[in-house]
Design a protein around this ligand. Structure first.
Ligand code: NOJ
Length: 720
């Protein structure tokens, strides 16, 4: 009621003000707030300034409406956690929720009350720089982990201490930009959109996310910020979303750049008509809404509804009662507990991709000396990753520092950067790196990408290791010393050129503040790697998009019906070879599949069993398997449940993730894992866009990767 009362007192200008988000550094910000022309401020994180802005809003504006203070708190505020793609590799919703909670608490202490996260754009294209900010290729995994982030940011109550409003972004399809190039065009058939891209957004909604952000990109010819289907039909009508939608940065103004509208006024009209409640950064609402109302093109009721959505969130956050922030009421930034959580997250994010002859873990007892090489071994800034925005390099614990701390005098550590940056083509430092490798018992190489090579607007057409890092690896490998490659990167890289030159590969993404201690402990076996890939690793860029939940096609490839280019005879006449779907030079499999990741132990899966092999619609099926740690060390395993719906009104993927559990077992220990699956969880959108579970035959797998083969079968019967 209070909101309606407030609304009834507002002038049109004040209403439009609530719908405007202004950049923190703007010259006339105070005046704008005083005049009621600003509803939200983005990018102001100095707590004194934020408090002063809130004071002006509360005391000097006519109606005393507090401000939403928005910031991209994406993977930590001051304590930087792994990039979201790295966090997704942990497959650990509890850890991810905790990371978001800590980010929220730290950001709250600076007066931030709204974050633009989680980003839950499904992406199957590692060229896209924003894959770093995503939770990977799979709608189920992304949905579960995105919901965990929402819960972490928002807490139990939005007005609780340290809770901030979350924003599910970018609605929708942004992860499918053509050629993985940021801001590019997106075309996704409605069926695919609903079955894949929209699923995580629906889960975020069910998790209670306060806001959504419209994407920069166009979708099937209509830019998201004016897309009636997305914003009205799906979000408001079908999903009954009651919160508010913010545009992306100037994405309303850019409607005319897309060629969808002729000018700013038309852009404002188009965005209001689909219910984009708040405009980020650009000023088309401020400049044109009055005229649009006068001309009868926009109705006052539309404006009122949007303003109500915004005011409601301000009430829910408790800002009317207390808009001010007293940092001393919050735990210290970057405190020991936050660092511990960041370390746990970084550790569980690392994926062991290769470990020949059990090169890892290294053992202090068996090493006299260790060569540490690479541009990312001792760079506190680069390890933070793309949204290290508020992070500070000096808080970072680097890998070199952690190795020194861990090994002390027991192992001699020799260090050479080898190459100035990840992009450098200068080989002047190579000789020194080769020399210390020759002098040492083993080599650790920290290579990958600087943080600037991924993230918004940082896309790559070639996703090999940049610069001359591969050349450096080749020269070090020529020494014959055992080499462990630790890759710090914002995306899956194509590792084909180097993978056979090294003995082990630990993929660490950009691990954040605590990269060093997390990785050093893994390298020396204090803990076993337990991460699994949230995205497939291509062998070559030309395989993109490559993902496990592909369709079977009419001509599925197998190892028996493909030919490699090198196997074709010199004067071969034109043939259809194996007549299946593959590349002559790259086959059909990824270098590493979704869900894959090694451990220092080995896990055995046996005895897959079902509660019933014939069920009816509405039933819940239980699927069991025995997981046994048959290796020598205690470790965690991510147990994954996949299904295939064999026949569908629209073709179904060859595998779909439907559940996962992270389980810790001691050597020799076993456990029966139990998944339950309600038939509703097998529903998909059919040709008529109805979401239905179809009776019929299904395959079900339990295993430690998407290429698991431990399978059973069940049937959903047709009700009489
Ligand atoms: C543009 C990005 O696309 C979006 O994700 C971000 O939240 C806004 N800028 C605000 O910085």
């Amino acid at each position: 009621m209070r909101i309606k009362e407030l609304l009834s007192q507002m002038t049109l200008a004040e209403k439009i003000g609530q719908m405007s988000q202004v950049n923190g550094g703007s010259w006339n910000l105070h005046q704008g707030i005083r005049e009621g022309k600003v509803g939200s401020v983005i990018n102001e994180v100095n707590v004194e300034t934020v408090n002063e802005l809130q004071r002006v809003a509360m005391e000097e504006s006519r109606l005393g409406i507090p401000l939403l203070i928005g910031r991209d708190v994406i993977h930590g505020f001051k304590t930087i956690f792994p990039i979201p793609l790295g966090q997704a590799a942990s497959w650990n919703p509890k850890l991810i929720k905790e990371g978001a909670r800590i980010a929220a608490v730290e950001a709250s202490s600076a007066g931030v009350n709204w974050t633009f996260a989680p980003m839950i754009d499904i992406t199957r294209d590692p060229r896209w720089g924003r894959i770093a900010e995503s939770l990977g290729e799979d709608p189920y995994l992304c949905g579960e982990l995105g919901a965990a982030m929402v819960a972490g940011f928002q807490g139990d109550e939005l007005n609780g201490k340290g809770a901030i409003a979350a924003c599910a972004k970018h609605l929708a399809g942004y992860g499918a930009v053509e050629s993985g190039m940021d801001y590019n065009t997106v075309n996704i058939p409605e069926n695919e959109l609903r079955n894949v891209y929209l699923r995580p957004f629906k889960k975020a909604l069910d998790a209670g996310v306060a806001t959504f952000m419209s994407s920069f990109s166009d979708l099937n010819g209509v830019p998201a910020s004016a897309n009636e289907f997305l914003m009205k039909q799906v979000l408001r009508k079908e999903w009954d979303f009651k919160g508010f939608v913010v545009s992306d940065w100037e994405s309303i103004k850019e409607l005319s750049v897309h060629g969808f509208t002729a000018n700013d006024k038309e852009s404002a009209l188009a965005a209001v008509n689909v219910g984009i409640d708040m405009e980020m950064a650009s000023r088309t609402y401020t400049d044109h809404m009055g005229a649009l109302l006068d001309e009868g093109k926009v109705q006052l009721q539309q404006i009122d509804d949007m303003v109500l959505n915004i005011l409601k969130l301000k009430f829910q956050l408790g800002l009317f009662e207390n808009p001010y922030t007293n940092p001393s009421e919050f735990p210290r930034l970057v405190n020991a507990q936050h660092l511990q959580a960041a370390k746990a997250s970084a550790q569980e994010s690392c994926v062991l991709l290769k470990n020949d002859r059990q090169t890892l873990p290294l053992s202090k007892q068996h090493l006299n000396s260790l060569a540490v090489i690479g541009p990312l071994a001792d760079d506190g800034y680069e390890q933070m990753g793309t949204w290290g925005f508020d992070g500070v390099s000096r808080h970072s614990h680097t890998c070199l520092q952690a190795l020194h701390a861990q090994l002390g005098d027991e192992v001699e550590v020799r260090w050479a950067r080898g190459i100035e940056t990840s992009r450098s083509k200068n080989q002047d430092e190579f000789a020194q790196a080769v020399q210390i490798a020759q002098q040492s018992d083993a080599v650790l190489m920290f290579v990958g990408e600087e943080s600037i090579l991924s993230g918004e607007a940082h896309c790559r057409a070639d996703i090999d290791l940049p610069g001359h890092q591969a050349e450096l690896i080749e020269q070090v490998a020529a020494t014959g010393k055992p080499i462990v490659l630790v890759v710090l990167a914002g995306r899956p890289l194509t590792l084909g050129r180097v993978i056979d030159k090294v003995d082990a590969v630990l993929y660490a993404w950009h691990p954040g503040t605590m990269a060093g201690p997390a990785i050093a402990e893994l390298l020396f076996g204090v803990e076993s790697p337990s991460g699994k890939l949230p995205v497939s690793f291509p062998r070559a860029v030309g395989q993109i998009p490559i993902y496990y939940a592909k369709k079977n096609t009419g001509r599925p490839p197998s190892h028996d019906n493909i030919t490699h280019i090198d196997e074709i005879d010199g004067n071969a006449v034109q043939t259809s070879l194996g007549m299946s779907s593959f590349h002559l030079d790259a086959g059909f499999t990824p270098l590493f599949p979704f869900g894959f990741g090694l451990s220092y132990s080995q896990f055995e899966y046996t005895d897959i069993k079902l509660s019933n092999s014939h069920i009816s619609l509405g039933d819940t099926l239980h699927i069991y398997a025995t997981l046994r740690n048959v290796g020598a060390v205690e470790a965690q395993e991510v147990v994954q449940l996949y299904i295939r719906d064999l026949v569908g009104n629209v073709t179904r993927p060859v595998k779909e993730l439907k559940g996962f559990q992270k389980i810790r077992l001691k050597p020799g220990q076993d456990q029966t894992v139990n998944f339950s699956l309600h038939t509703d969880e097998l529903a998909f959108f059919n040709q008529k866009m109805q979401e239905l579970t179809e009776p019929g035959d299904f395959h079900v797998w339990i295993g430690g990767s998407s290429d698991t083969e431990l399978r059973s079968e069940f049937t959903i019967g047709v009700d009489e």
